[in-house]
Design a protein around this ligand. Structure first.
Ligand code: CA
Length: 252
């Protein structure tokens, strides 16, 4: 349920006509007002002109790349940005999040999934995206932030207790910190560097396998089948992602 009294204005930056047509119709049906930019420079011009509430940004664009568009928009505005990447282009996704996108979807995607992401990003409010996620000021509005919750996993930051599918699980200190970080950034790929930096500190010198060992232990405590992890997935060559929706999708 949305309480907006006026439609959410979406700037759709996309050069593939089939996507443009489908999204203009689909998002329009969901009550969004859509402005279309078909290349990077048009995107920046229309952004200034229309002052959209949200930008849906394809990364593969003519003229100015999606990454540069993202960077340029972020330099002047905290408007929510969702990037769209081709399947398997995880590096682009990571770069996109690092230059300030709030979330991403991978082509091909379902309209329903996209709309859910848009609403989630709008709920979180404008601001910062991944860059801000590494700052302490990225907080859900109005929350004391005593809990982090995603899917079946609930993390209590005050008491440092973790509940999975209703049952408490006991974690060591670094396991707890790692899980809290992953849950806080649910659905985002976190690079190995970021995870090590945030959990062990930027001055950490040691075996980077430490991270994998901790992930493995975490999986043994929170996954239904740790040999086939669905909550914490490996993004090969990049890092890890926590995705509670994978569990829901597997349910009968
Ligand atoms: Ca494209």
């Amino acid at each position: 349920m949305t309480t907006e009294s006026r439609p959410i204005n979406v700037l759709l930056v996309e050069d593939e006509e089939s996507f443009v047509d489908a999204l203009v119709i689909g998002l329009g049906r969901e009550g969004f007002q859509v402005t279309v930019a078909r290349d990077g420079s048009e995107a920046l011009r229309l952004f200034d002109e229309k002052e959209p509430d949200l930008v849906l940004l394809d990364l593969m664009l003519p003229k100015v790349s999606g990454i540069d568009v993202c960077r340029a928009i972020r330099s002047r505005s905290s408007v929510p940005i969702i990037i769209v990447t081709a399947k398997g282009a995880e590096i682009d996704t990571v770069v996109g999040l690092e230059v300030g996108a709030d979330d991403y979807v991978t082509k091909p995607y379902r309209l329903r999934e996209l709309v859910a992401r848009i609403r989630a990003v709008m709920r979180r409010g404008a601001g910062g995206g991944y860059g801000a996620a590494s700052r302490e000021d990225r907080r859900m509005p109005g929350a004391e932030e005593r809990f982090r919750e995603a899917g079946d996993v609930r993390v209590d930051l005050d008491t440092r207790r973790v509940f999975v599918r209703g049952d408490e699980v006991h974690l060591r200190r670094k396991e707890f910190e790692l899980l809290a970080l992953l849950v806080e950034n649910a659905r985002r790929v976190l690079t190995r560097d970021v995870l090590i930096d945030r959990v062990w500190g930027s001055d950490y010198i040691g075996d980077t396998k430490t991270l994998d060992v901790h992930v493995k232990r975490l999986r043994s405590r929170i996954e239904v089948d740790p040999s086939r992890p669905v909550l914490i997935t490996t993004v090969r060559g990049v890092g890890y992602r926590f995705d509670p929706s994978e569990v829901a999708a597997q349910r009968p």
